[in-house]
Design a binder for this molecule. Structure first.
Ligand SMILES: [Zn+2]
Length: 306
């Protein structure tokens, strides 16, 4: 088979594969279209898709795609939720794949890992930004924001999380954290990626951009926060609340963990009836009413050491 045909066959494989989540499918397709020079994806193996890794590796070999693969790590999923307890179960193993456009990128990546080990975080982040083709303004703001004091001064709790949610909506095709929801280079990148995805896989583009609506109960779990080295919040005063909520019903066979920004305070373990609208890789929540308040929310895990 010619390379072009093998690539077409790989695109079909990615579209239908169970081993990739939407985020990995998006990155892999953008990488294959050539707009993304290098990328990182995860591949999950369960009892339902044992052959997927062998098939994927065959494609990488036939197409001479330079890559690194991680060791196998276990992953869990919420099996059921009873009252205010989520029961987790080991579901399978996952592998991380770093894919590179050429040997130079692979070498740069090695250098990046080395810098991380040496705790040269600033240099490491610069290099990573270059490897993944992130806009300069966003790389610089990301590096600055590693400093908690700077972060606490620049944003209030609410403005920080509001920005993250706005970025999700404005730039669903990019993977970096845009410096602002109005960042021009990120807008251009987002447009370029959107067009490339539509061209290489109209099928996945349709699925990814479709709006899906569900009505379900959600349970308030943790509140998102940024903490300092002592574990204390860098925003002791909260001007709104960014919760992790869990869908009480299974949607597409699983319980979703969604980050939700609210002006109202809810206790952990509050059950709310809600409309959940999913699009791209994020979900929006519209709460209808409070149904019940449990005393906290707990996770029961049976952790198995790999
Ligand atoms: Zn930017």
């Amino acid at each position: 088979m010619k390379k072009q045909e093998i690539k077409q066959s790989l695109i079909k494989f990615v579209e239908n594969a169970k081993c990739f989540d939407n985020n990995s499918k998006l990155k892999l397709l953008l990488f294959l279209s050539g707009v993304k020079p290098n990328t990182y994806i995860t591949l999950r193996i369960t009892s339902e898709n044992l052959d997927d890794q062998i098939d994927f590796e065959k494609y990488l070999k036939k197409l001479d795609i330079i890559h690194n693969v991680s060791r196998a790590k276990g992953f869990e999923e919420i099996k059921k939720i009873k009252n205010n307890i989520a029961f987790w179960k080991i579901k399978g193993v996952w592998f991380g794949y770093d894919l590179f456009k050429n040997e130079k990128s692979q070498k740069d990546f090695k250098k990046y890992k080395k810098l991380l080990k040496e705790h040269k975080h600033k240099q490491a982040d610069f290099l990573a930004g270059k490897i993944y083709d992130y806009p300069k303004c966003c790389i610089n703001s990301f590096i600055k924001e590693q400093d908690e004091k700077y972060l606490a001064k620049k944003y209030s709790y609410c403005s920080f999380y509001k920005r993250l949610h706005e970025n999700d909506v404005n730039f669903p095709f990019v993977q970096h954290t845009p410096c602002t929801p109005k960042c021009k280079p990120s807008q251009r990148l987002n447009k370029r990626y959107s067009e490339a995805l539509k061209k290489i896989s109209p099928k996945f583009f349709r699925e990814f951009t479709k709006t899906k609506k569900y009505t379900t109960d959600i349970i308030v779990d943790d509140m998102n926060d940024v903490t300092d080295k002592k574990g204390k919040s860098i925003w002791p005063e909260k001007d709104c609340f960014d919760y992790v909520v869990i869908t009480k019903d299974k949607i597409n066979g699983r319980h979703y963990l969604i980050s939700w920004l609210s002006n109202k305070f809810f206790d952990e373990g509050t059950v709310l009836s809600a409309d959940v609208v999913m699009k791209y890789d994020y979900a929006k929540i519209k709460v209808k009413k409070v149904k019940k308040v449990f005393d906290g929310f707990f996770h029961e895990r049976h952790f198995v050491k790999p």
